[in-house]
Structures are given as structure tokens and as C-alpha cells.
Design a binder for this molecule. Structure first.
Ligand code: MV4
Length: 451
């Protein structure tokens, strides 16, 4: 087993990874920017190195600096967390070329899943259902129109290098498609350096349900059931839960089996997530694969009893999975909410000084923290300052505990989304399991006008 791991990340996920390393007896190396000198994770690590200025290009995305720090500290492996360099195929390759273990899949798999057209092709070959759409990059708007008429409007125009909604647009007819094509292609080109576009038939009123998977590179693969992540705002997840309150056991089994098929076809070696869109009839379609640990991984840990970071480290060290699908089951219900330093009405980041920060403790409550009582929330990074995860015997108990924990949450000096989270969690439609992707627009935003 590794004796020392460098964590190429910051915030709550760096703290989360350090915790598992401590449990496993592995020493940890943190890297931090000038803006994070005071962050809790910097003190929690056994060693910490300042790697540059606040802006990510001068710190957390500086590959050479991070590799140098790994060499200097004697780390044998790098855990990339999520975001930042976690799905950067070049970084994974450079780690390996430098003789370091990248705790993640091969750079080839990262690159393939990063290209949404190639990912669709790979899933199709693996027998995983994909949304009807184009198998190739679109040459021009004329070709796009021809395909749209073949599949039938409405269609989604998407960027091959995309994800997260950038360069994506729903269009209802030829005219809208003509207007949308150039602009989205240009946006994708400037944002991702690649303006390649493709088309999918639009799935109406979809839910976003994803399957957590593990593959060990020896042909063993399991799924750890689903997470329901439908409650989002502008492609930013707000609340995630497991299991989904929507799908039947039959759909759960089918989705899990298809996800395992994908992992085996890719010879995938790491924890990963297969995202699906699920329509109102429970038809499901592959959307994207994430080749990293996800923000919302704790809800899966809570219902399965597994430590996903530990599994990632063991797999990266060359261990085969120590259990099979039959050993796994769902126990209870877990919900995570993301605490953002942002205006709850306008969804703008709200940096500043946290003057008071007190989190609830108790049965079934788990806090993942990026900040402490006296933290300065800077404008340089994602405004997520913490995650609140609750567990209950069933969904009803989990919601009760979450509602109660949110009442006891204290974050002062900056604006947070806690008022919004309270409204969502206490809403009758949420309690009834009505977790469509339109939830925030349909139920939360109108409630602001009632005040
Ligand atoms: C879709 C879709 C409907 N049909 N694709 C949003 C983020 C990006 N990763 C994919 N997204 C969508 N793709 C087809 N063919 C609807 C969305 C979508 C969405 C998906 C999941 C959760 C929230 C969403 C909000 C708006 C649009």
C-alpha cells in the first residue's frame, strides 16, 4: 500500500480524502494557494505546500508545480478529487510518466468519456441505451437540420466537448436550429477549445439519475445503486439523495446492470458514475460518464456502508475488488444538500468573512466542511463551503433530520442558500418524491414572489 498520497485539490474534498488516508495509515500531502493558507484541510494534512497565487491557473491547475511537489515530498500517488485536474487526461498521463500513481482511470478512458460523441459511441457498443441522436460530429447546420427532421423535434443541440449545459440548447424547429447552431458552436469553441456539435432527441421532463460504479481493471465490476440528482439550478446540483424516490426496483436493477456492462466494456479501473436521463415512463438513456469521485458520493456511502475513497485507493494500488454484487445492498435513505456562499434569490456568489459558522451534530448527521468559524470566503473558487449529509432508516426520517439540521445550521457574515434549501426540503412536492429537474423553477422561484 502507498505510504504517502498527495491531494491535488482543496476545500471539503481535500479534507474528506485526508480523513480516509488517516484511517488507512497513509500520510498526506496537501497543496494550497495563497487564498487557502487558512483553510482547514491545510492543517489536517501531515504536510502542506504553498503552490501559487489564488487563481487556479497559477495553483491548482499548475501541473508542473503539482508534480514537482509530489517529487519533493516523496508522495507515491496523487488523488485529484473532483473538478480541477480530476478529468484532465494529460494530467493523468503526466503523473504516470513521472512514476506516480494517478488515483483514477487510464488517460485514454478519461479522454474518451470527455468527448461526448465518443462516449455515446462507446456506450452504444457496450449495449447501454443512449438517447436517439447523431453518431458523428455534425459538419454544418444543414446536416443538423437533416438529422433533426429524422429524429423529430424537439432536439437538444450539444457540444461534444461540453457537459454542464455550456453550448447546449433545446430547439423546436428548423428556424430555431438555424439560429442556435453557430452561436453554441462558437461558445463551445471559446470555452472548451472545440466547437464540435452533435444532436440528441430531447427527453421531456427528465430526471437525472446516476449509477455509482467500481471497476478494478481485472474484469471485476459492481454498481452501488443510484443517486437521484434532479434538483438543480442552472445545471448546478442543489440536493442529491439515494435511493431515488422515483424508480422501481426493476428499473434500478436494469440501470445497474447496464452500468456494470459499461464498466466491463471499458476495462474501467476506478470509482465512476454513469449518468442517465430517465423519462416519465422510466425509460433511461445514457447521458455522460464521470471518471472521478463525485461531490455527492457520500449519499452512496451512507446507504451502502462503503468508503468510496478507500475503494479508489485500493483499486489504484492494484487490489482486486474484495466483494461481489451479491454482497451489496441498500440500507436506509441518505440526502445531501450543498451549502453555497451565494444569494439565495439571485444565485450570485456571496464572498466575504464568515463571522459565525456552527454546524448541527447528532444521529444521522454528517458534515463535510471546507471552512471554519473565522474563514474568509474568497471569490476565486466554487462557492460551495460545506455539505450536509443526513441518513435515516427511510426517506421520511432522513427528511425530518435534514429539516431539523437546517434549522440549527448557523452561517453568518455572508449570504448562503440555506433559506432556499429549507424551502425545498419542507415543500410538500419534495416530501411526496416529486423531484423533477424543473423543481426549482416550478416550486422554489414562484415561492419568492409570495413573500
Ligand atoms: C438533455 C436533456 C433532455 N434531453 N438531453 C443538462 C446538463 C447536461 N449535462 C445535459 N442536460 C440535459 N440534457 C436530452 N437529450 C435535458 C438536460 C437538462 C437537465 C438534465 C439533468 C438535470 C437537469 C437538467 C436541466 C436542464 C436540462
Amino acid at each position: 500500500m502507498f505510504t504517502k498520497i498527495l491531494i491535488a485539490n482543496r476545500g471539503e474534498i481535500a479534507a474528506r480524502i485526508i480523513r480516509t488516508c488517516k484511517k488507512m495509515g497513509i500520510n498526506t500531502v496537501a497543496v494550497y494557494s495563497e487564498a487557502d493558507e487558512d483553510a482547514p484541510y491545510v492543517k489536517q494534512a501531515d504536510e502542506s505546500f504553498l503552490i501559487g497565487k489564488p487563481r487556479v491557473n497559477e495553483s491548482y491547475l499548475n501541473i508542473e508545480k503539482i508534480l514537482d511537489t509530489a517529487r519533493k515530498s516523496g508522495a507515491e500517488a496523487i488523488h485529484p478529487g473532483y473538478g480541477l485536474l480530476s478529468e484532465n487526461a494529460g494530467f493523468a498521463r503526466k503523473c504516470r510518466e513521472a512514476g506516480l500513481t494517478f488515483i483514477g482511470p487510464s488517460s485514454d478512458v478519461i479522454a474518451k468519456m470527455g468527448d461526448k460523441v465518443a462516449a455515446r459511441q462507446a456506450m452504444k457498443e457496450a449495449g447501454v441505451p443512449i438517447v436517439p441522436g447523431t453518431d458523428q460530429a455534425l459538419k454544418d447546420v444543414e446536416e443538423a437540420k437533416a438529422y433533426a427532421n429524422e429524429f423529430g423535434y424537439p432536439v437538444m443541440l450539444k457540444a461534444a466537448a461540453g457537459g454542464g449545459g455550456i453550448g447546449m440548447q433545446a430547439v423546436k424547429n428548423d428556424q430555431e436550429l438555424e439560429k442556435a447552431f453557430e452561436g453554441n458552436s462558437k461558445r463551445a469553441a471559446s470555452f472548451f477549445g472545440d466547437g464540435t456539435m452533435f444532436l440528441e432527441k430531447q427527453i421531456l421532463n427528465p430526471r437525472h439519475i446516476e449509477i455509482q460504479v467500481l471497476g478494478d481493471g481485472f474484469g471485476n465490476a459492481v454498481h452501488l445503486f443510484e443517486r437521484e440528482c434532479s434538483i438543480q439550478r442552472r445545471h448546478q446540483k442543489v440536493l442529491e439523495e439515494a435511493p431515488s424516490p422515483f424508480i422501481s426496483q426493476k428499473t434500478r436493477d436494469e440501470m445497474g446492470n447496464k452500468a456494470v456492462q459499461a464498466v466491463k466494456a471499458l476495462s474501467y479501473k476506478n470509482a465512476g458514475t454513469i449518468e442517465f436521463l430517465v423519462d416519465e415512463e422510466e425509460n433511461f438513456y445514457f447521458l455522460e460518464m464521470n471518471t472521478r469521485l463525485q461531490v455527492e458520493h457520500p449519499v452512496t456511502e451512507e446507504i451502502t456502508g462503503l468508503d468510496l475513497v478507500e475503494q479508489q485507493i485500493k483499486i489504484a494500488d492494484g487490489d482486486p475488488l474484495s466483494f461481489t454484487q451479491d454482497d451489496l445492498g441498500i440500507k436506509g435513505h441518505a440526502i445531501e444538500v450543498r451549502i453555497y456562499a451565494e444569494d439565495p434569490e439571485r444565485f450570485f456568489p456571496s464572498p466575504g468573512n464568515l463571522t459565525k459558522f456552527e454546524v448541527p451534530e447528532g444521529d444521522g448527521i454528517r458534515n463535510e466542511l471546507a471552512v471554519h468559524g473565522n474563514s474568509k470566503v474568497t471569490p476565486f473558487y466554487d462557492p460551495m463551503i460545506a455539505k450536509l449529509v443526513v441518513y435515516g432508516m427511510d426517506r421520511h426520517q432522513a427528511i425530518d433530520r435534514l429539516s431539523n439540521a437546517l434549522e440549527r445550521y448557523r452561517a453568518e457574515g455572508i449570504k448562503t442558500n440555506i433559506p432556499m434549501l429549507k424551502k425545498v426540503v419542507n415543500h410538500e412536492r419534495f416530501k411526496a418524491g416529486d423531484t423533477k429537474t424543473s423543481f426549482v423553477e416550478e416550486f422554489y422561484l414562484p415561492s419568492l414572489a409570495e413573500k
